[in-house]
Ligand binder design. Structure first.
Ligand code: SF4
Ligand code: SF4
Length: 182
């Protein structure tokens, strides 16, 4: 009995007053992922990395938009989204109070506009992602002409790129054939 009393006195108060007082969490605590749409380029890297299918992307070509979404009800707080995000647009916070009365309130979305292809005019990728990649490629271009060529390439949809490649291959084949004939 005396031993137990001694242990109780040594331990002190073991319970916390939460929820009547805030509770402190560890420095590296992995809580609710917070998304910052202003930083997000809608690249979808986080949606691919998410093991719980908590993150999603939906493209609406008729509206010219791509919708990023998170379902906190599915999140397992692994932090993969934070690891892969190239622009620090999603970070795990220390917030763990996620209870809601309506399950639909666990979902958050952000809408991004799609860029139109410079060749065919059809929407194909998020404007912010296109601008981000163009900036990266232009920064390392050796000449102004190269920078412009890279900008055009990034602003071209995959279908037009393939079509242009086919034309180039065809042209090369024609040129090779003519060389052979000569
Ligand atoms: S923390 Fe993990 S489970 Fe939650 S949204 Fe990010 S990648 Fe998905
Ligand atoms: S990885 Fe980052 S930038 Fe890309 S969609 Fe996710 S939050 Fe946005």
């Amino acid at each position: 009995m005396f031993k137990l009393l001694k242990e109780v006195l040594r331990t002190g108060e073991a319970t916390v007053k939460y929820p009547f007082a805030p509770v402190e969490v560890a420095k590296d605590f992995r809580g609710k992922p917070e998304h910052v749409p202003e930083n997000c380029i809608a690249c979808a890297a986080c949606t691919v990395a998410c093991p719980a299918n908590a993150l999603g992307m939906q493209t609406d070509l008729s509206a010219g938009t791509r919708i990023w979404s998170i379902d906190y009800g599915r999140c397992v707080f692994c932090g993969r989204c934070e690891e892969v995000c190239p622009t620090d647009a999603i970070r795990l916070s220390t917030d763990f109070e996620l209870a809601v009365a309506d399950k639909a309130d666990l979902r958050r979305t952000a809408v991004f506009r799609l860029a139109s292809c410079v060749c065919c005019g059809k929407p194909f990728a998020p404007e912010k992602e296109v601008a981000y990649v163009a900036e990266l490629l232009e920064a390392t271009a050796p000449t102004k002409a190269d920078a412009e060529r890279r900008r055009q390439l990034v602003a071209t949809c995959p279908a037009c790129k393939r079509a242009n490649d086919v034309v180039q291959i065809d042209t090369a084949d024609v040129a090779r054939t003519m060389e052979t004939v000569r």
